[in-house]
Design a binder for this molecule. Structure first.
Ligand SMILES: *[C@@H]1O[C@H](CO)[C@@H](O)[C@H](O)[C@H]1NC(C)=O
Ligand SMILES: *[C@@H]1O[C@H](CO)[C@@H](O)[C@H](O)[C@H]1NC(C)=O
Ligand SMILES: *[C@@H]1O[C@H](CO)[C@@H](O)[C@H](O)[C@H]1NC(C)=O
Ligand SMILES: *[C@@H]1O[C@H](CO)[C@@H](O)[C@H](O)[C@H]1NC(C)=O
Length: 447
């Protein structure tokens, strides 16, 4: 009867089994007399070494518990193109060998011995994301404790697949997964556990990683889902390793020079519009920016489409736009000073409306010139042009241009003034766009 009181027969059987088991464990107690004086007697471990091809279990229904932990000692490389993380781990595994036990008191206080690992059964733990075959060095040893606990450490140079998202380059964080699992043993035969808390692993790793390289370890997270392949279920430990790029190199080499070039481009609007150096200056800047991009191209990730690429193309387009604006204003001033077309009345009203001081439109040229109906005063830089034009056209200067009621000189003045208002207006538009795009990029980067 299941669940009922055990009968005498069952009790006797249980007693017999436990006695038998007791006897068995005694059989595996290692005779360590003399270890402290004459060294280890290989004969004592003969039985254990000869069993190394089989998992150390007394009952095949009970899975072996293997405890895992590791220390990340270096982050060597993060390859965005191949989506690979190369790191160096010190992997530690611990499990109980039920056939090993001795009494330290009988053995001169020896608590643990180191044993060449090839003489022992080793769990076949591997890292699922790894793309390299195991390159464990030969001749490693393991510690065997008197209670049968075996601790085995090995160094692992790990090249693991990691899904990298470089959109926020160079302010990016990556979250790489390391999955520890047995290659062969299913959950019926092997269970995995973490030896330490993840924060302990993360803290030790942060202490150990001495490299001041590009990447910094942020933290480690854990999950323990079981993995099923076909009908078999494998135990596994999933660890999420969060790393962050140190952006200093990129800020200094990419963002700061680019920012300076943009600032100079913006400031070059303060060169007088009549100055014929303005367009060449901007062309030189544009050229300089292109050379800068060519030289710094190798610092950028070679794949994906990071935000910084968009930022650079935005800067480049802004420079092109500012050059186009200069060409437009130069053309406008040229037309204005040589063949001023009649100014449509609405444009004149708009100008007048705009230059009322409280409307917020550019008024600085207006203030200088006081009133468009007064005789033109000379603008700096426009002097010679005006003079030349005046000499050539003197006979017609006082003639009224058809239908507008302005003399030619007044019309030239109005158009020049319009050109300056346009220049200032477009400059402000440019500044607004520049500020908006830079703020957008900064906000995106900081999230
Ligand atoms: C342990 O081994 C020593 C010799 O190495 C032997 O004299 C002693 O009897 C052994 N003890 C047991 C309990 O087998
Ligand atoms: C092995 O373990 C299972 C489950 O714990 C138990 O039912 C069975 O009796 C054990 N077998 C032996 C021989 O101890
Ligand atoms: C494995 O770790 C657990 C706690 O996480 C601990 O109780 C157990 O003794 C460890 N086993 C070995 C073999 O270290
Ligand atoms: C990494 O990703 C996993 C799942 O995708 C998530 O559970 C974990 O919190 C992430 N870790 C960090 C530090 O973002």
């Amino acid at each position: 009867m299941e669940g009922g009181r055990p009968t005498w027969g069952e009790l006797l059987l249980g007693l017999a089994v436990s006695l038998l088991l007791q006897g068995r464990t005694n059989t595996f107690t290692i005779n360590c007399s003399g270890f402290d004086m004459s060294g280890v007697d290989p004969a004592s471990f003969e039985v254990i070494f000869s069993q190394k091809d089989f998992p150390p279990v007394t009952n095949y229904s009970i899975p072996i518990h293997v405890n895992i932990s590791f220390t990340m000692s270096a982050i060597l490389d993060v390859d965005a193109q191949l989506q690979l993380l190369t790191s160096f781990l010190w992997l530690k595994m611990a499990w109980i060998h039920p056939y090993i036990s001795w009494d330290p008191e009988d053995c001169g206080g020896i608590n643990k011995l180191s044993v060449t690992a090839e003489n022992l059964w080793l769990p076949d733990i591997f890292i699922v994301e790894s793309t390299d075959v195991d390159q464990t060095p030969d001749g490693l040893s393991a510690y065997v404790a008197h209670n049968g606990r075996i601790v085995y450490r090995k160094p692992v140079r790990l090249t693991s697949i990691c899904s990298l998202n470089i959109f926020y380059f160079p302010f990016d964080q990556q979250n790489c997964t390391l999955t520890f699992s047995s290659f062969l043993y299913t959950v019926e035969n092997m269970l995995l556990d973490l030896d330490k808390n993840v924060w302990e692993i993360a803290d030790t790793s942060k202490d150990i990683i001495r490299t001041q390289g590009e990447w910094e370890l942020l933290g480690i997270d854990k999950a323990t889902p079981k993995m099923s392949v076909g009908s078999s279920l494998f135990d596994q430990i999933v660890l999420y390793v969060a790393i962050r790029r140190r952006p200093g190199l990129y800020v200094i080499n990419l963002l700061v020079p680019s920012g300076f070039l943009m600032a100079i481009d913006a400031l070059s609007f303060y060169l007088p519009a009549e100055n014929e150096n303005r367009a060449p200056f901007k062309i030189t800047l544009l050229l300089g920016y292109n050379v800068f991009l060519l030289m710094m191209n190798k610092l950028l990730p070679s794949s994906g489409n990071p935000l910084i690429n968009i930022y650079f193309s935005l800067c480049l387009s802004l420079m092109v736009v500012s050059l186009l604006e200069t060409i437009f204003i130069t053309y406008l001033l040229h037309v204005a000073t040589t063949q001023p077309p009649p100014m449509p009345p609405w444009l004149h009203s708009l100008l007048l409306y705009c230059t009322s001081p409280w409307k917020g439109c550019p008024a600085m040229f207006w203030k200088k010139k006081v009133d468009p109906h007064l005789p033109p005063t000379q603008l700096p830089g426009l002097m010679e042009l005006e003079e030349r034009g005046a000499k050539e056209q003197r006979p017609r200067e006082t003639e009224l241009t058809e239908g507008s009621g302005w003399t030619r000189a007044q019309l030239v003045d109005l158009w020049v003034w319009f050109g300056h208002v346009m220049d200032t207006f477009l400059f402000r538009l440019y500044l607004l766009f520049l500020a908006t795009s830079i703020i957008t990029v900064l906000v995106l980067w900081s999230t």
